[in-house]
Design a protein around this ligand. Structure first.
Ligand code: MSP
Length: 516
């Protein structure tokens, strides 16, 4: 079996999880489930980033020790995972000893090799971003952009990692490995960024300025810069399992691609003599009225509210169906309801209802064998073949939204087939030909449904499971033979009904409106 290792970014614990964090988990889970269906041995890691200035400041504000603060907020991030039906194999916290041990070992190794040096540094520092700024970061009027918060000039001795000397190597690497970053246009942006000379990276913070971090193994007066610590989580979690590390793929948001994941990370690994990940998938942002959802702007939605109202699968479906991986999407309740009603309730829900209902009424709940194939059956089957042929390549290219669109188109045609074939009319006829067609149509509906939900199982796993159960069907573990049109359901006993995606309660406003 082929290994496949997939990670999410690790979230800062300075605030509660929001829709952006939930999306990244759902997207990564979709990829993990997809790879499992393809037969890969998947290892899925997620976790939290607990060190650094932001966390220290948030704990101080709450008046509790940073470790206690991290314990509380991390528990919240962790609790979100089962609510979203995330199938992670591991959850890492950067305050865990297993992680700190690896960070110290890598630092010591780089120090011993002369990749890290001490120097005096004078410069402008942004506390909010925890980074030194350069002249080119200034706005044309000489001020600093809002995102840096308060900027002060400081002089201090620090440790630096020799990033600059790897610039040419990185350009070469990215030029040779064209598909390292998805989407491809992001890789071009990284190469564009690398046209400017890199500076060495300051990887320490004096303890008097920041206490909450991993001590440098070669100088206790300093703690490790939070990004140098955090990036290593992907490696520290599997340090004893090289076969997993060899297949690493990182899912992250576009805001943390350049420079951390596309520049610091490959160079850190190269310098430490560790092999590079296979790929980076950089997704876009969920916006609200055009602005990035975030803790600091206060426009973030709580994913749990939507899960409570609509259910986990509807929430997962919306996120994956709506977002083209890499691009941004605006989140609106209206659009959520459109997808919920017109796709999940009407297209999928309808086919489920019709299949169960008619099979119960006309053949005693037993799925009949198909007997004839006429133009209508043929047409649907041909659409299936086309859908199936496109499906796996679309998912392999992270085009999950288009793959779901194809499934919906197939469901639309399956519903149209029911109307045209009209088993409810055929059932009334005593003609043997009509009876054979009626039985064929029930078999065709059930088979279409089975195939459609098989293609949704990485996105809506419990719905697929429920529908398989009411179809009296136990699926195999991979898609290899699942996604083949056939007679797997012949003779299966279906349930009478299944309630899926009920109409949501009308908004309070409408309920409270005075009667005309
Ligand atoms: N701690 C760092 C990551 C370290 S990875 C070694 C961090 N944390 S974060 O909490 O700010 O963000 C975690 C992830 O959530 C990032 O990949 C980020 O892009 C993603 N999102 C945060 N807000 C988002 C949206 N509004 N939309 C989609 N994802 C966004 O950065």
């Amino acid at each position: 079996m082929k290994s496949f290792y997939i990670t999410t970014a690790i979230d800062y614990v300075n605030g509660s999880p929001h829709l952006g964090h939930a999306y990244e988990k759902v997207l990564t889970d979709t990829i993990a489930r997809f790879r499992r269906q393809m037969g890969d041995q998947v290892h899925f890691l997620t976790g939290v980033d607990e060190h650094g200035q932001k966390v220290q400041a948030s704990a101080k504000k709450r008046g509790i020790p940073p470790q206690q603060f991290c314990d509380e907020v991390s528990a919240e991030f962790r609790a979100l995972l089962p609510k979203l039906n995330i199938t992670n194999d591991d959850f890492i916290r950067t305050t865990e000893e297993r992680h700190k041990k690896v960070v110290r070992a890598v630092l010591q190794q780089l120090f011993d090799k002369g990749e890290i040096y001490k120097a005096e540094y004078k410069g402008f520092y942004s506390t909010r971003q925890e980074q030194f700024l350069q002249e080119k970061d200034r706005l044309p009027d000489g001020t600093w952009p809002e995102l840096f918060g308060e900027v002060t000039e400081i002089v201090e001795s620090n440790y630096f990692f020799k990033l600059k000397q790897y610039q040419e190597w990185l350009v070469d690497f990215l030029t040779t490995n064209e598909n390292f970053i998805f989407p491809a246009y992001r890789q071009k942006q990284v190469l564009e960024f690398l046209k400017e000379p890199l500076n060495d990276l300051c990887i320490s913070r004096p303890r008097e300025r920041l206490e909450w971090g991993i001590s440098l193994p070669f100088d206790e007066n300093y703690v490790t810069y939070v990004w140098f610590d955090a990036l290593l989580n992907y490696y520290s979690a599997v340090v004893d399992r090289p076969e997993i590390w060899a297949e690493a793929h990182h899912v992250i948001g576009k805001d943390i691609l350049v420079p951390p994941h596309a520049v610091y990370w490959p160079i850190m690994l190269k310098a430490a003599g560790i092999s590079l990940p296979k790929g980076i998938i950089a997704h876009g942002w969920w916006l609200q009225r055009g602005a990035k959802m975030s803790k600091s702007t206060g426009n973030a939605l709580n994913p749990l509210d939507l899960v409570t109202e609509f259910g986990t699968d509807a929430f997962r479906y919306f996120l994956i169906r709506e977002m083209n991986v890499g691009q941004d999407s605006d989140f609106t309740r209206e659009q959520f309801l459109v997808r919920y009603n017109s796709e999940l309730a009407n297209k999928l829900g309808n086919l489920v209802n019709r299949t169960l209902n008619m099979t119960t009424r006309y053949t005693g709940g037993i799925v009949p064998a198909p007997e004839v194939e006429e133009e209508l059956e043929n047409g649907l089957r041909q659409l299936w073949e086309k859908t199936q042929a496109e499906f796996i390549p679309l998912c392999e290219g992270y085009q999950f939204h288009t793959a779901l669109e194809r499934v919906m188109e197939f469901l639309t045609e399956a519903n149209a087939y029911v109307e045209k074939r009209a088993p409810f009319r055929l059932a009334k006829s005593a003609e043997p030909k009509d009876q054979a067609l009626m039985r064929t149509s029930l078999a065709t509906m059930a088979e279409s449904l089975r195939l459609a939900v098989a293609m949704m199982q990485h996105v809506t796993p419990s719905t697929t499971e429920k529908i398989n159960a009411v179809l009296g069907y136990t699926p195999g573990t991979t898609w290899r033979d699942e996604l083949v049109w056939g007679t797997k359901l012949t003779g299966a006993k279906v349930a009478e009904a299944l309630v899926l995606f009920p109409r949501p309660a009308p908004p309070e406003k409408a309920a409270a409106a005075p009667k005309a």
